[in-house]
Design a protein. Structure first.
Ligand code: SF4
Lengths: 492, 181
């Protein structure tokens, strides 16, 4: 743990270095480091510097606008927000289980999203560090440089991403900010022609996805010490798993393990998330710090995302990805992998899994069905949780009888990883910066640790919970005796 | 274009990165594009501050003091500045907060709510740029040379725009390329 590096004891005589903006991540963040005359590190912080308050202005909007509005939280994983909101609002239109066709179309959209986002992150954003070296010349240290030096790898990345984006276009209507999912179901199914179009490139996609896994596994084996220890700090893990314990990125129940792999909780239904998770605010970031309530704020932080998911689940239901998962687990027999760089490995395993799932889904006859939307008794709100590319994504809404949203609470994936990223960069600062004149190459090491988590600072910027509204105190007969409103008070 | 590549900076201000994604959605054409342009400062490269460049593609409006600073810096460095997407052109969805008081927003987000340990506090560190009272479009602050509409503009629209510019034509979006969603 690196809690001593969160706040310097006396900041007055220290030199401030800022990495601003953090590049090759999505969204806006900066890192500040405070050093003394001997270059000893005293403080390291990842700040999220924007405030937009999405949840606040979603209040008062009609609920059916929400799945389309919330996509504008993030252009990289719009589908995740689109679907998490839809799943929460299914409950408002009274649908506990959407029709099978709708479920298949949504799943297809979601796995297309995971595939394109993972490809983008690995090939376009992170591979330059891994292929050229963390301290290499910053000039070509980007996707253009990869295209020049490793044209096949870069091109496969571009085409993998394209495939995922095409899955999204076909299911959602548009590559970025589509409209395919609606509360209660979807607005179209997949035609035979579209199915054909997606099936055609699949053999190559599967092949390239496997090549991606092999590439990352080889990097780990070649530089084992580096990959095992770079920024590594053990923590708990959180993710959804299917009820039977297998990996499911679209739906399931919450499971958390401690840093040694013992279950902290399991089979927690999405609507009960608030009984397990709490958040803390710190003065120096607009991103909150969530933690597992039973462990408290200092011990209860956790990791989400690919590395958490492949170790939290009992198995992956597709053969190629499960074999690849076994290889990752075998690299650290008997204990969990906490190394941030192993996120890349897990991410490529999930990319492969997504390609396999897409293939399975395209074989489902009901993908082209005509029952698109369910019906049921009107509800007052709901919670939708999905595993977005970067981790667990929670959307929670309440809707009044005028159909207007009265509460919107979002905990986005990157927010869950807030403490984990801060711990990782403090660890890297200790390992590489402490006592050395900070050069561009050394500072890039800090960014390499942040990138491993694939943070979407764009999402995190917006996802600032706005909470309720009214607490009513009823007497035993059901009469309201007191009403306490914690909403927005006018500032005088 | 005789040998010399067009230097292009890109940035995201108060946007969602969707416009950048749409730029990448030109797919394999990216490889052709890189024959003709080179990137200056951009979220895709590790150049943190722009140098002199020909073109700046800017996504997102202005929601804090930092956004304004970055925009002015880019305007100084570039010859042609393009407002890409709804947020840059009108403020977009983030401008929905313009009919709320930003102080109320901050209070409601950080001081109230279930799951908030210790009662909360409003982040106030000097490292955090001050939010603007209202979200503004780019042209409120600097001269904008082109507006590329859409949320995001489609990859084909971006491609058409760039190839027109590279060929020395006045960019014109043909049938089907102008849309606002
Ligand atoms: S215009 Fe749309 S796609 Fe572009 S940044 Fe704004 S919300 Fe995102």
């Amino acid at each position: 743990m690196n809690g001593d590096l969160e706040t310097a004891k006396d900041a007055t005589k220290l030199r401030r270095i800022a990495i601003e903006p953090v590049t090759r991540v999505e969204g806006h963040g900066k890192v500040t480091i405070l050093l003394d005359d001997q270059h000893r590190v005293h403080q390291v912080r990842l700040h999220i510097v924007e405030f937009r308050g999405f949840e606040r202005f979603i209040q008062g909007r009609p609920y059916w606008e929400v799945p389309v509005m919330v996509q504008r939280l993030c252009g990289i994983c719009p589908v995740s927000h689109h679907l998490a909101a839809s799943k929460a609002l299914d409950k408002v239109v009274g649908v506990q289980q959407v029709p099978r066709t709708a479920e298949l179309v949504r799943r297809l959209m979601h796995y297309g999203q995971i595939l394109q986002s993972h490809a983008l992150h690995f090939y376009h954003l992170s591979s330059p560090d891994l292929l050229f070296g963390f301290g290499s010349d910053p000039g070509p240290r980007n996707v253009v440089g990869v295209l020049a030096a490793y044209p096949d790898i870069a091109k496969q990345g571009v085409l993998l991403r394209k495939f995922g984006q095409e899955v999204i276009r076909i299911t959602a209507g548009k590559r970025v900010h589509g409209t395919g999912s609606i509360p209660g179901g979807v607005n179209k199914s997949v035609s035979p022609e579209d199915r054909e179009e997606l099936l055609r490139p699949l053999p190559e996609i599967l092949e390239w996805a496997q090549a991606g896994v092999r590439l990352v596994a080889a990097l780990h084996q070649q530089h084992q010490d580096l990959y095992d220890h770079f920024g590594t700090v053990p923590s708990s893990l959180l993710s959804l798993v299917a009820k039977d314990g297998s990996l499911d990125l679209y739906d399931g129940v919450l499971r958390a393990k401690d840093h040694q792999g013992a279950i902290i909780f399991d089979q927690v239904e999405p609507q009960d998330y608030l009984t397990r998770l709490q958040e803390e605010v710190r003065s120096w970031s607009y991103m909150k710090f969530p933690f597992i309530e039973s462990l408290g704020p200092s011990e209860g932080w956790y990791k989400v995302g690919p590395l958490a998911r492949v170790q939290n689940c009992d198995r992956i239901g597709t053969p190629l990805a499960e074999a690849a998962r076994q290889e990752l687990l075998a690299a650290a027999p008997g204990h969990l992998v906490h190394a941030p760089l192993a996120y890349h490995w897990a991410r490529m395993i999930e990319l492969l899994h997504s390609a396999e799932v897409i293939q399975e889904l395209l074989a489902e006859p009901e993908l082209g069905g005509s029952e698109l939307v369910g019906k049921g008794p009107r509800g007052g709100g709901g919670v939708g949780i999905i595993e977005a590319p970067r981790g667990t994504l929670i959307h929670h809404y309440q809707v009044d009888d005028q159909d207007l949203v009265t509460l919107c609470n979002l905990i986005v994936s990157t927010t869950h990883n807030n403490q984990a990223m801060n711990e990782a960069i403090r660890q890297v600062a200790r390992q590489y910066l402490d006592g050395h004149e900070p050069t561009e190459g050394l500072l890039n090491h800090i960014e390499v640790a942040i990138r491993a988590f694939d943070p979407c600072l764009s999402c995190a910027t917006h996802a600032l919970g706005q909470m309720p509204l009214v607490v009513e105190l009823q007497d035993p007969s059901g009469q309201v005796v007191a009403r306490l409103s914690r909403g927005v008070e006018p500032i005088g | 274009m005789s040998g010399k590549k067009l230097r292009v900076a890109t940035t995201s201000l108060a946007g969602c990165f969707g416009c950048h994604m749409s730029l990448l959605d030109i797919d394999e054409r990216l490889i052709d594009l890189l024959e003709l342009v080179e990137f200056d400062a951009s979220p895709l490269t590790d150049k943190k501050h722009p140098g002199p460049c020909d073109l700046a593609l800017i996504e997102g409006g202005l929601c804090n003091a930092e956004n304004v600073h970055v925009l002015r810096e880019l305007r100084k460095q570039c010859k042609i500045l393009v407002a890409v997407g709804a947020c840059a052109i009108t403020g977009g969805l983030p401008a929905q907060r313009n009919n709320l008081d930003v102080r109320d927003c901050l209070r409601s987000v950080y001081l109230s709510g279930p799951g908030l340990a210790g009662g909360g506090l409003i982040p106030n560190d000097p490292e955090l740029p001050l939010p603007l009272a209202q979200v503004h479009p780019l042209h409120d602050v600097v001269k904008v040379d082109y507006f590329l509409p859409g949320c995001p503009p489609s990859a084909d629209a971006i491609w058409q725009f760039l190839t027109d510019l590279l060929a020395g034509r006045t960019p014109a979006l043909g049938h089907g390329l102008i849309h606002y969603d």
